[in-house]
Design a binder for this molecule. Structure first.
Ligand SMILES: NC(=O)c1ccc[n+]([C@@H]2O[C@H](COP(=O)([O-])OP(=O)(O)OC[C@H]3O[C@@H](n4cnc5c(N)ncnc54)[C@H](O)[C@@H]3O)[C@@H](O)[C@H]2O)c1
Length: 249
């Protein structure tokens, strides 16, 4: 997949999809910078990457805080040089009817994804532009395209990401920087663990998925890695949906 020695930053790498991307990229011999607020879980991933022979640094950091993001970028450049790939993946789940959502909860969902992307793209764009090289992949969701139960914050934030990605693709294309979105459907990760432990909810969700099952984080990682690789050099501003067919009906 031509990702050997590429320097890749992955946010939200301690669990789920971010972790799967990290492990697959370790196999492909990329140089990894793993970022998460959960240092304990992140250290576990760091060990697993090293066991695969991967070069990696893991940094505790909150994507919503620009000061911390600037530090992460400085550390990355000191350790590995220029950044080739940025994967904006960090997020958390909030499923409530809109009238029950507290202001703090709403802001946290918006800030983690939208401000997280803003902070990382803002602080890597200049270097990527001068190198005429870069791949940026933003994780969104099918909630950014269709209505789902109790998902207003996710609709707002993921619809925003899909559109922000198109804008960034337009803005950065002249500098040979590709910007794309991956939108998962329902995937078995720590984010959905509680939800999927309820048999009735799980069956109801599966009834919306033509392929008849919940997706795996590895299946989303494959899509992310395709968009990070040379194989997708002529693709930008795209939203790659990985949902087992949910959006077909
Ligand atoms: N799992 C699904 O069904 C699903 C569906 C649609 C979209 N997605 C999207 O895929 C991406 C990955 O989701 P996942 O299922 O792997 O989630 P997950 O909860 O398993 O992992 C998310 C990681 O992000 C980290 N994180 C949260 N806030 C952070 C912050 N402020 N700074 C740094 N790290 C932070 C968490 O600690 C966690 O390790 C997210 O963007 C999510 O919205 C997931």
């Amino acid at each position: 997949m031509s990702l050997k020695n590429k320097v890749v930053i992955i946010t939200g790498a301690a669990r789920g999809i971010g972790r799967s991307v990290a492990l697959e990229l370790a196999r492909l011999k990329s140089k990894l910078v793993l970022v998460d607020i959960d240092l304990k879980e992140l250290k576990e991933v760091n060990i697993q990457v090293k066991n695969k022979g991967g070069e990696v640094i893991s940094i505790k950091g909150d994507v919503t805080k620009e000061k911390e993001v600037k530090k992460i970028i400085r550390k990355t450049k000191k350790e590995f040089g220029n950044i080739d790939v940025l994967i904006n993946n960090a997020a958390s789940l909030l499923q409530k009817p809109i009238e029950e959502i507290q202001e703090k909860e709403w802001n946290s969902i918006i800030q983690t994804k939208i401000n997280g992307i803003y902070n990382f793209v803002k602080n890597t764009a200049e270097d990527m532009k001068s190198e005429r090289n870069g791949k940026i992949i933003n994780l969104a969701s099918i909630a950014g395209i269709v209505g789902l139960k109790n998902s207003s914050a996710h609709a707002a934030v993921n619809g925003g990401i899909i559109n922000l990605t198109r804008q960034l693709a337009t803005e950065l294309s002249p500098y040979k920087i590709n910007v794309n979105t991956v939108s998962p459907g329902v995937i078995a990760t720590s984010m959905t663990e509680d939800l999927l432990s309820n048999k009735e909810i799980k069956e109801e969700l599966i009834s919306n998925i033509p392929l008849g099952r919940i997706g795996t984080p590895e299946e989303v990682a494959d899509a992310v890695i395709f968009l990070a690789s040379k194989d997708s050099d002529f693709i930008t501003g795209h939203n790659l949906v990985v949902d087992g067919g949910w959006l077909t009906h």
